[in-house]
Design a protein around this ligand. Structure first.
Ligand SMILES: Cc1ncc(COP(=O)(O)O)c(C=O)c1O
Length: 504
């Protein structure tokens, strides 16, 4: 194998490109990474498309397409008859800035010339990457096909017909008032949240709400307690704000504080008490009370992310932790992403009275919110009762899908795998939410199983990847809400076969 082919083959093997990426894109990304890391320096000659295709075992068209993309973006250039060469990016960047061609710089100087900040570079080094077409069993995705399009269109049309110029402006007061009123009512009745309308703010995503909390309530270097395993979206926001994350183990009663944890002093405590993400544990009443006490003692804020409590299939939705708070330590957040659709980008944040003015002013200064027309349609959707009807309908659909998936997996994995593993296969996190967890023994490599499943077009996630500390549990997160019953039956059997072959 030619040395450059070897380098690219190594980069391809080392880098966790998304399994759904086409070959040509993977090759393009690998070459780009090697050029940025200066493993392929300016002026290096790339192998011919024929040789590279042979060495990597891909088609020549794949290599040509990757080269064309690299050339179009200025990473390489070809000279007729003599081959393809890596471009001098330093000279290219300098000429783009209009300062003429710069001499070649040593690596350390080049790194300083990267356009991103130190923080930006750290953040983007493990970005999740683009979102691809949702594959069966992707955890967390709802079924948008059941969205009431016609009804929504009518409500939206009505708002536009009213031609209210004030709704075209930025949202200056924490969101469209009738929407905040509708949410207040809903939270009081359905989630036992103690709330006045002034406390409710509309933001455009749970991550934006968390980011506001991180900016307004903590300083760089302050400690944030997070559940371990933890929702990646929260973790990323806190990391971006340079907080010190302190992971706290989750057991079947939720976040389990130990002496060593209590020796630290958090400013923020991020929890998902109604349905821990991703294990599904429900925080016990004793733990809820304990956490509220700790927050008061430590002068910390609890950030309660109540992202999917509407999907509880047995009994009533659980009351929110915020409802037990007598000391105004809890900031409560919920989302319409799961019930309606994620692109709506409308979520609510309930802040204690003392924080109303600060949050309102920062929301306006830092985020300049808008979308009042959509907020108005949503306010009508809730006030006219369509929201609760829609929740009832999808809860029924998802409940049936959950049961079908559970039955399919139990039947297929059954006693044989249990005997093989030396313990029964446990399925947890199934009482609520949009995914369940197939728990696996410690010795099973769940990341390898995730990859194996991806090869069959199944998008499950390994439980161990959600941990900050070394993982204490392994398993697979299997989403069912997005899958039709036919797909659940088919891919459920396929997934069971993947698990069985992977744990042998
Ligand atoms: C734990 C958790 N919180 C919140 C959200 C929703 O985030 P957003 O409201 O920004 O869509 C998700 C989505 O997957 C989640 O898993």
């Amino acid at each position: 194998m030619l040395p450059t082919s070897d380098l690219l083959a190594h980069t391809l093997a080392q880098t966790d490109f998304h399994p759904r990426l086409p070959q040509q894109r993977r090759l393009y990304e690998a070459a780009k990474a090697a050029i940025h890391r200066q493993q392929l320096g300016a002026g290096s000659k790339l192998p011919s498309s024929r040789d590279l295709a042979r060495d990597l075992g891909v088609s020549r068209n794949t290599v040509i397409a990757a080269f064309e993309q690299l050339a179009a973006e200025g990473y390489v250039h070809s000279s007729l008859g003599s081959g393809t060469y890596v471009s001098d990016l330093q000279a290219h960047n300098a000429s783009m800035r209009g300062v003429g061609s710069a001499p070649h710089k040593p690596a350390a100087t080049a790194a300083r010339n990267m356009p991103l900040s130190r923080r930006g570079t750290a953040l983007t080094s493990f970005a999740a990457g683009p979102r691809f077409e949702i594959q069966p069993f992707a955890p967390g995705d709802a079924d948008f096909s059941s969205f009431p399009f016609k009804l929504w269109q009518r409500l939206q049309n009505r708002v536009w017909r009213e031609a209210r110029a004030d709704l075209l402006d930025y949202g200056q007061s924490g969101g469209y008032l009738p929407l905040r009123q509708a949410i207040t009512e809903y939270l009081r009745i359905s989630r036992s949240v103690k709330v006045q309308v002034e406390q409710v703010m509309i933001t455009s995503g749970t991550q934006q709400s968390l980011d506001l909390c991180a900016q307004l309530l903590a300083d760089v270097g302050d400690t944030a307690w997070v559940e371990d395993p933890c929702y990646w979206g929260a973790r990323r926001v806190f990391e971006a704000r340079e907080l010190a994350l302190h992971p706290i183990t989750v057991d079947s009663d939720g976040m389990a504080l130990e002496e060593a944890d209590l020796a630290t002093t958090p400013r923020l405590i991020y929890v998902t008490p109604s349905h821990q993400y991703p294990t599904g544990a429900v925080m016990s009443l004793t733990r809820r009370r304990e956490l509220l006490d700790v927050a008061v003692r430590k002068d910390a804020w609890i950030l309660e992310d109540d992202y999917d409590s509407e999907f509880r299939y047995t009994g009533r939705p659980l009351a929110a932790l915020q409802g037990l708070d007598n000391d105004d330590r809890v900031l409560y957040m919920g989302t319409f992403s799961k019930i309606l659709y994620p692109g709506i980008k409308i979520v609510y944040l309930v802040v204690p009275p003392a924080l109303i003015n600060g949050f309102k002013s920062a929301l306006y200064d830092l985020q300049r919110p808008g979308q009042l027309m959509v907020q108005a349609a949503l306010a009508d959707f809730i006030a006219l009762g369509h929201f609760t009807t829609h929740i009832r309908k999808i809860r029924q659909t998802y409940g049936a899908r959950r049961e079908l998936l559970r039955r399919t997996l139990v039947n297929q994995l059954g006693a044989q795998l249990g005997a093989q593993l030396g313990q029964p296969v446990t399925i947890s996190s199934e009482e609520s939410g949009l995914h369940l967890v197939v728990e696996l023994p410690d010795r099973v490599d769940d990341v390898a199983l995730e990859k194996l499943a991806a090869e069959s077009g199944i998008q499950v996630k390994a439980l161990s990847t959600y941990y900050l500390a070394p993982p204490v549990r392994r398993g697979l997160l299997v989403g069912y809400a997005y899958c039709t019953p036919e797909k659940i039956a088919y891919y459920g059997r396929l997934l069971a076969a993947v698990i069985q072959s992977g744990v042998r």
